[in-house]
Design a protein around this ligand. Structure first.
Ligand SMILES: Cc1cc2nc3c(=O)[nH]c(=O)nc-3n(C[C@H](O)[C@H](O)[C@H](O)COP(=O)(O)OP(=O)(O)OC[C@H]3O[C@@H](n4cnc5c(N)ncnc54)[C@H](O)[C@@H]3O)c2cc1C
Ligand code: SF4
Length: 495
């Protein structure tokens, strides 16, 4: 039984670990979050949790983290026990404790009329302490099954699947086309949002547990998928959804226009001291970021740090309302305006603008201006844009560097050179209920099957696919399900 204080939320206001001061943090590439936290303050924050009969926060967390349990353990000062409960549902709580947009918090019961419990900060504090105290150690399996599994892609989905499958006793090899293991946790998410040593130490833990990593292997190009199938008992494709969406308008060919991901990855490489081909430098430039989402925000924040003259982040959508609309009640995720950490640091936001063309005004082959039109949209009942209404055209915006961050169009399937792989209408890899692709014995996890999403979903997908693969190989699985698969996976069907 919980001993949590029933009225802690009445006694203590919400206090977060918070961020470093906005202006000063743009002078470096260190983490944007405050470095220090106080364990007594975090215990007090844990006391604000009411341990509700129906923990709606857990419903908000895609992997069903046992939030009230670890809140209570932290309140009682039992940090090592809290870490064990955290690891029960999440292989890499620091990946989420630092980067998660925390959909659990708006779902917290307190959030219905008060400030939510600081769930994400408590998660970060538990795992920070776990590393500091040396509680996180390799857990190799005691028995091996003799089965071999290949994982393609080393993002959070691939890594979670690898750790779970290895712990079930299978011999796991992870193939990654980049020169470093970690997927978007390493190349994509900026260093100041997630420090890369946190991936390296997890990869070392996984190595010490017996997992083999092969970086610099582009499956489909360097080694055919069919060869992996022949060499391994099962294959899992955790290749992400990294095909960038483009804008097809006049002037797209001009220099100075690039995908946000190219820009972010080049900066990641530069921060790591690795070779970079012609990294775009925003120093002294007028930067326009196309795309109002999180990748766009990361581009804005990177441009600040590179010393951009001005930065404008442009969204095709209208600005979201400050207050929840009536048809968006708690505990739904609020569809309200949220000022990003990047805009807090500087720059401007512009809404309801659609790109009409890129213009080279001085004839040197580089972009100098973007022409926009102000738009409104007709939408279907799901809120999807169906028809454009142009309200004003000929809006000119000077630009020396344009970063396209308007989303992704699914996984890069073509390099796999495999005609047998079916994709859905949404251009993600098609799977059955067992997460198996259209090729028997080849499974799919993470953004490759969900489309571009968030880290916590990728970890949940990795855990789920591991359970499915284990059941397919062994007839049954003792690996725990994540929230997405409450029922045990079906046994193999004659395969
Ligand atoms: C710029 C940016 C910032 C983000 N910030 C956040 C954030 O703050 N919080 C959050 O929760 N989410 C964030 N996300 C989303 C999150 O990073 C992804 O949802 C998550 O990483 C998906 O994990 P994954 O394992 O499915 O794929 P990925 O992390 O994309 O990893 C896929 C890996 O597969 C490799 N691969 C692909 N094809 C092959 C092949 N043929 N052979 C070998 N390897 C291959 C790729 O090189 C890559 O390393 C962000 C995404 C972007 C783009
Ligand atoms: S993983 Fe994300 S949603 Fe789940 S408890 Fe942590 S911060 Fe909340």
């Amino acid at each position: 039984m919980s001993e949590n204080h029933p009225d802690g939320f009445l006694l203590h206001p919400r206090r977060t670990i918070g961020y470093r001061e906005a202006r000063s943090r743009t002078r470096d590439y260190q983490q944007i979050y405050a470095f220090e936290w106080d364990s007594r303050e975090l215990s007090t924050q844990g006391q604000r949790c009411m341990d509700c009969g129906v923990p709606t926060c857990m419903g908000g967390c895609p992997i069903g983290n046992l939030i009230p349990e670890w809140n209570d353990l932290v309140y009682r000062g039992l940090w090592e026990e809290a870490l064990a409960r955290l690891h029960a549902t999440n292989n890499f709580p620091e990946f989420t404790g630092y980067t998660c947009p925390a959909p659990c918090e708006p779902a917290c019961t307190l959030a219905s009329n008060d400030d939510a419990v600081t769930i994400k900060d408590i998660e970060r504090a538990i795992v920070d302490m776990g590393w500091e105290k040396g509680w996180i150690v390799p857990c190799p399996p005691t028995q091996r099954t003799g089965k071999r599994v290949a994982i393609v892609g080393s993002g959070p989905a691939g890594l979670a699947a690898a750790q779970q499958l290895n712990r079930a006793g299978h011999a796991v090899t992870v193939f990654e086309r980049d020169d470093v293991i970690g997927g978007l946790m390493v190349y994509g998410i900026p260093d100041f949002k997630f420090a890369k040593h946190m991936v390296a130490r997890r990869v070392q833990q996984l190595r010490d547990e017996g997992i083999e990593f092969r970086a610099g292997v582009n499956v489909g190009v360097d080694v055919p998928l069919a060869e992996l199938q022949a060499d391994f008992d099962a294959v899992c494709l955790a290749i992400g959804a990294l095909r960038p969406r483009d804008v097809s308008v006049p002037g797209r060919h001009l220099q100075g226009i690039l995908f946000g991901m190219e820009y972010l990855t080049a900066e990641n490489r530069r921060q790591a001291g690795r070779p970079v081909d012609g990294v775009a430098d925003a120093r002294g430039k007028r930067v326009v970021v196309l795309g109002g989402g999180d990748t766009g925000a990361d581009c804005v924040a990177t441009a600040h740090r590179q010393g951009a003259r001005e930065v404008v982040q442009v969204s095709i959508n209208p600005r979201a309302p400050e207050e929840r609309p009536e048809d968006n009640p708690w505990p739904q995720q609020p569809q309200t305006y949220r000022r990003t950490y990047a805009i807090e640091e500087g720059g401007e936001e512009a809404f309801s603008l659609n790109v009409a063309g890129f213009v080279d005004t001085d004839g040197d082959g580089r972009v100098n201006r973007i022409d926009f039109e102000r738009v409104d949209w007709k939408r279907d009942r799901y809120g999807r844009r169906t028809e454009k209404i142009v309200l004003e055209s000929g809006i000119e915006q000077p630009a020396d560097l344009v970063l396209i961050a308007i989303g992704f169009e699914g996984p890069e399937v073509a390099p796999l050179r495999e005609d047998r792989l079916a994709v859905t209408e949404r251009k993600v890899l098609d799977t059955d209920a067992r997460k198996m692709s259209s090729i028997p014995g080849v499974f799919v996890a993470g953004d490759a099957s969900r489309g571009q999403s968030i880290v916590v979903w990728a970890i949940g997908e990795g855990r789920d696919v591991a359970r499915q693969i284990d059941a397919w190989l062994m007839g049954t699985s003792r690996l725990p399900p994540s929230l997405q698969t409450p029922n045990p996976p079906s046994p193999p069907r004659g395969l």
